[in-house]
Design a protein around this ligand. Structure first.
Ligand SMILES: *Cc1c(COP(=O)(O)O)cnc(C)c1O
Length: 371
């Protein structure tokens, strides 16, 4: 049966769950009826089968290869989304005397992270962009990292506001923890400089349902012993991410995406080059529009993944969104908390889609100017 042609899927600029590569979708479609090596539907294969244990092992190895990770890291596939990690991180790492981990408040998602951290401890907010409305990220001279913090937490890409750090933050002698949910495996990330990296799958690398957690073994030495089993990273490490029934389907799709990254794309440098080209094209269109389209983020902090912009009035934005839908584009509405327009350009979105969007934007501008 041929894959159903749906033009909108190729023009899906959704903020998440995001567009997946067509080559991966074709394999997923087949696997719903039958995974060739097994002869069963992916939706009915035991998580205890040798085949699935092989899937987890291959996926773990693929992620190690893509990021150049050595055996000092555990690679876990967990449920609960990135949100579950907002709590598991402080629950795991606050065993020492200093209960004031450092957090950066750079946008909507780091605000959510902080809300959960405050239930566990008294985090120190090192910098906040809240009073400025999160239009920019801090420069190095605004950040005075302390040497005795138990850890530093930040969000590498603020998905809602379209702000992305293009450098690694913090001190090498304080564990770095990073929510990379919306830019994980979109580029090389110097993973070995972090103690914990977590990222759910549904932006760049798969469907919702699974979260990748990379954690350095040495962090687990002084963990509290009284955590509920599921919330203790050691349970998942011991069980090889098979502590309770894992999301078999989501994990399988992430495996297919990592194969695509390795074999079709050629690794994270190549993925980054493609992603940079898409973003450059879109931001160029904003900058050359004579102020018709207004980029939201400070230029130096612009996200390669999520380009957030406004038009002069909310009415004009509504006309833009409605015309874009008529033209076959989808997912361009900004996040409900800030409105405006957001074009998310995750790994699975092709350059061609951005070329079409830029063309559409130019036509829309001409039509509005002449009417
Ligand atoms: C989307 C997003 C989240 C939310 O993750 P869930 O898997 O829904 O819990 C968290 N952090 C960032 C940076 C995100 O973009």
């Amino acid at each position: 049966m041929p894959l159903q042609q749906n033009l909108n899927n190729g023009l899906n600029f959704s903020g998440g769950p995001g567009a997946l590569p067509a080559a991966v979708l074709a394999q997923v479609q087949k696997s719903i009826m039958c995974v060739p090596e097994v002869g069963l539907s992916i939706l009915g294969i035991s998580h205890r089968s040798d085949w699935f244990l092989g899937v987890v092992t291959e996926l773990e190895n693929n992620i190690r290869r893509l990021l150049g990770l050595d055996k000092s890291y555990h690679v876990l596939f967990l449920q609960g989304g990135a949100t579950q990690q907002f709590s598991m991180v402080p629950m795991t790492l606050l065993h020492g005397k200093n209960k004031h981990p450092e957090y950066l408040h750079t946008g909507y998602w780091s605000g959510k992270v902080l809300g959960e951290a405050r239930k566990e401890t008294n985090p120190h907010v090192l910098w906040s962009g809240e009073s400025d409305g999160f239009h920019r990220l801090p420069a190095n001279d605004e950040l005075d990292f302390s040497a005795d913090a138990p850890y530093l937490h930040y969000v590498s890409n603020e998905t809602v506001e379209g702000l992305q750090f293009h450098r690694v933050l913090g001190r090498d002698d304080v564990p770095r923890v990073c929510d990379m949910s919306s830019d994980f495996l979109s580029k090389p990330c110097e993973a070995e400089r972090f103690s914990i990296i977590y990222a759910h799958a549904q932006k760049n690398i798969g469907p919702a349902g699974v979260t990748v957690v990379l954690i350095r073994d040495e962090l687990l030495q002084n963990m509290p012993d009284n955590l509920p089993g599921w919330l203790d990273y050691r349970s998942h490490i011991k069980a090889h991410s098979n502590y309770n029934t894992p999301p078999v389907f989501a994990i399988y799709v992430v495996l297919l995406v990592t194969r695509w990254l390795l074999d079709d794309i050629g690794g994270l440098n190549a993925m980054n080059t493609l992603n940079q080209r898409k973003a450059a094209l879109l931001y160029e269109a904003l900058d050359q529009s004579d102020g018709f389209y207004l980029g939201r983020a400070a230029r130096t902090d612009r996200s390669v993944m999520n380009a957030v912009f406004n038009l002069k009035t909310p009415e004009l934005e509504q006309r833009f969104l409605s015309a874009s839908r008529d033209a076959g584009f989808s997912g361009l509405s900004g996040h409900r908390v800030i409105g405006g327009i957001r074009a998310s350009m995750y790994n699975g979105l092709e350059l061609q889609a951005v070329e079409k969007l830029v063309e559409f934007m130019s036509t829309f501008q001409k039509n509005e100017s002449s009417s």
